[in-house]
Ligand binder design. Structure first.
Ligand SMILES: Cc1cc2nc3c(=O)[nH]c(=O)nc-3n(C[C@H](O)[C@H](O)[C@H](O)COP(=O)(O)OP(=O)(O)OC[C@H]3O[C@@H](n4cnc5c(N)ncnc54)[C@H](O)[C@@H]3O)c2cc1C
Length: 67
């Protein structure tokens, strides 16, 4: 079905399983309902990959630099 799947060089194949966590309530500045506590990236539960987690980091950095 998948060429190379049963190759003699293949040691182990396994499924990637992702458990989705709860999403933290955050405002447009990534601040939680606890004043001064910010949550972004995977810790916020809103991202599940490098691109989106990175973008949240860049957005947060911009907000910090502009304030
Ligand atoms: C096995 C695996 C494969 C993946 N493959 C892909 C992929 O192919 N493509 C993709 O887009 N995404 C992939 N991801 C998801 C991606 O890695 C994450 O979405 C991304 O790294 C989240 O970035 P983050 O900065 O939010 O969190 P993290 O990268 O988890 O960074 C959090 C950091 O905070 C540090 N930290 C934690 N607690 C404390 C503390 N108390 N004090 C100080 N530091 C602390 C940790 O040590 C860590 O360095 C994969 C994830 C895993 C686990």
């Amino acid at each position: 079905m998948v060429p190379g799947f049963a190759s003699t060089e293949t040691l182990l194949y396994g499924p990637e399983v992702k458990f989705y966590s709860n999403k933290i309530d955050i405002d447009e500045n990534f601040e939680t309902n606890i004043k001064g506590l910010y949550c972004l990236g995977d810790s916020s539960g809103w991202t599940r990959g490098l691109m989106m987690a990175s973008l949240m980091g860049v957005q947060m950095a911009k907000k910090l630099l502009l304030n």
